[in-house]
Design a protein around this ligand. Structure first.
Ligand SMILES: [Cu+2]
Length: 209
């Protein structure tokens, strides 16, 4: 099985940087690298949320809304309101929601920038609980959603952009990416976001079908 490396590029509200996630096999820990600049002390908690950001450009408050990216990724159904839920870092990683990155590793309160690496025992890039294809949301200290970015394969997106001038190669690359998403189990088959009964349309870069 190949090791996985995915990232979420951040470029919103003046904040620039990235989240990098690496996991060698499903049985290894995940390495998280967070690099963010120009935070200006404006943010605090951050999490993996359920869905990727929408493809159309819109203001951050719409892009990161609950309708678009959903709530925290919490496949084991932990209750953050329960008195046993850890109030900060220091507990074993299985006691936090999978998506609760700042719960396990500390929030960004008061920071102007960060460049940190964490080891995470509860952040799978493989299998049905994978975070691949979801999004990272950074909140203001008061909890309001501030910015967000999808978690994906940076190399493939780059290749797709580079090859869309040649329609045939563009289509092949797009198909590879869709297959990768299917393998990660990120296409919901049940619930309000289910893909069942919908259609798949592959567009050219200029928007034509
Ligand atoms: Cu969040």
């Amino acid at each position: 099985m190949d090791k996985k490396e995915v990232s979420a590029m951040v470029n919103m509200r003046g904040v620039k940087g990235y989240f990098l996630f690496r996991q060698a096999t499903p049985f290894d820990v995940t390495e998280v690298h967070v690099n963010l600049t120009n935070l200006g002390g404006r943010v605090g908690p951050y999490h993996v949320h359920l869905f990727p950001t929408p493809p159309m450009r819109s203001p951050p408050q719409t892009t990161c809304s609950n309708d678009n990216v959903g709530g925290h990724w919490n496949p084991f159904g932990l209750d953050t309101k329960d008195s046993s839920y850890p109030s900060g870092p220091g507990s074993t990683h299985d006691r936090y929601e999978v998506g609760d990155l700042s719960g396990r590793h500390g929030a960004l309160e008061g920071k102007a920038q960060t460049d940190a690496t964490f080891t995470d025992f509860n952040l799978p890039l493989f299998g049905r609980n994978s975070i691949v294809g979801r999004s990272v949301v950074i909140h203001q200290p008061d909890g309001v959603r501030f910015l967000c970015s999808s978690i994906g394969y940076p190399g493939e997106v780059h290749v797709a952009r580079a090859t869309f001038r040649h329609p045939v190669f563009g289509l092949l690359t797009e198909r590879n990416q869709l297959q990768a998403q299917f393998l990660d189990g990120n296409m919901p088959m049940t619930g309000p976001r289910s893909i069942v009964g919908r259609s798949l349309v592959v567009h050219y870069a200029n928007g034509s079908r």
